[in-house]
Design a protein around this ligand. Sequence first.
Ligand code: ZN
Length: 146
Amino acid sequence: MPRNLLEKNFKHGRSLLIRLDHGSDMIAEMTEIARSLEIVTGVFNAIGALSSAELGYYDQVKNEYDKIAVEEPAELVSCSGNISVRDGQPFVHAHVVLADRGGKILGGHLMKGCVFAAEVYLQELLGSPLVRVHDPTTGLKLWGEE
Ligand code: ZN
């Protein structure tokens, strides 16, 4: 097994289909859902539409996010994300692919997304919580051992 491979085995918990509130921020809403349902580890996907968004592109030299503002309504073609524990709290990490009126796509790390409509499939995972720790190589908080 590669030296840095982190592998954890989970059991499936609740499998939920959730409609997000119109006008909510997708990251804040998913964080609140995780908190209120006491889900500390999970994976999700979503489709729908966002009325605006802020995406991130991680600059691998500067080790910081460049921000991309999406100010037009967009189809939420695809969203993949996960929930793990960062700083003792459920933390939502999500990436999206958005499409404009002409069908052109844009994607990235989801920093903010104002929900027009969104349907989420959330799979809770049960086991020892997955925790994010600072990774000096990338400057990111990645899954690791505390
Ligand atoms: Zn990301």
